[in-house]
Write a protein that binds this ligand. Structure first.
Ligand code: ZN
Ligand code: ZN
Length: 250
């Protein structure tokens, strides 16, 4: 039996990275709401029904956290350390499945798709403020979770975004387990002894504007605590503005 290698490659290439079906069917009529050509190209590999399933947050109701619905969290919060944040999509059942698929498979194609979706949030953030970003970083995972999974999804997405948009990525935070606090105090990279779960590392210094990436925004408390720590690390020089960039808003 002769196998046509070219057509085999073509069919593999055109399979939707989410559902595995042919990606060209019915997808042309569904617009991709991203300007940058690289993430656009990634989104174009999705089939029509997967592309249609994405609950983009095109017009956030909450101007602070970028939520599509009216937001009690931001109304209740009395002190906020991050400036504003933007989220790409609402965290519905399909998006939960997509993220779970990526988290547990670590598939590179899925990673590209999620990063391309984050690009949508980045472009919305640039519309909301003057884009004069100097640095981009991500919310770190707890050491034991990093060991379990082998990678930090927020960091992976942030690095891809940084490459597309010419931003400078560096890890600026570490996540501490409370029980490890004492032993970690001696580490040289540690510049701030903090109250919560995060500490800034030396790369966090001298960054007047920071974009902080995470996968899910739930209450905003992780984002806010990270922003507080980053600001505290920079206090001697100047006030640091921290913007949140999240893949999904729950
Ligand atoms: Zn699909
Ligand atoms: Zn809000």
């Amino acid at each position: 039996m002769r196998v046509n290698i070219n057509s085999w490659f073509a069919s593999v290439k055109s399979a939707c990275p989410i559902c595995g079906r042919g990606s060209s069917q019915g997808s042309q009529s569904i617009p991709i709401p991203i300007k940058h050509p690289a993430p656009r190209q990634v989104m174009a590999t999705l089939c029509g029904s997967c592309r249609q399933a994405i609950p983009w947050i095109a017009y956030p109701t909450c101007r602070i956290c970028g939520r599509a619905e009216r937001c009690e969290d931001c109304i209740r919060r009395q002190v906020r350390h991050f400036s504003i944040s933007r989220c790409a999509v609402g965290y519905d059942k399909p998006m939960k499945d997509w993220l779970a698929l990526y988290k547990y498979r670590g598939n590179e194609q899925l990673e590209l798709v999620l990063a391309a979706m984050l690009a949508f949030a980045y472009e919305r953030l640039c519309e909301a403020i003057q884009p004069d970003f100097h640095a981009i970083t991500s919310v770190p995972l707890a050491p034991e979770r990093l060991l379990d999974r082998g990678f930090n999804q927020a960091e992976r997405l942030a690095i891809r975004l940084a490459n597309w948009y010419g931003l400078s990525y560096s890890p600026m935070l570490e996540r501490l387990r409370h029980t490890e606090k004492q032993s970690l105090k001696t580490r040289r990279s540690r510049v701030v002894d903090m109250r919560g779960n995060f500490a800034a590392v030396s790369t966090a210094l001298f960054s007047p504007t920071i974009i902080l990436v995470d996968d899910i925004y739930t209450t905003g408390s992780t984002l806010d605590e990270c922003a507080r720590v980053l600001q505290q690390a920079n206090q001697i020089e100047a006030k640091t503005t921290v913007y949140g960039l999240l893949w999904a808003r729950s």
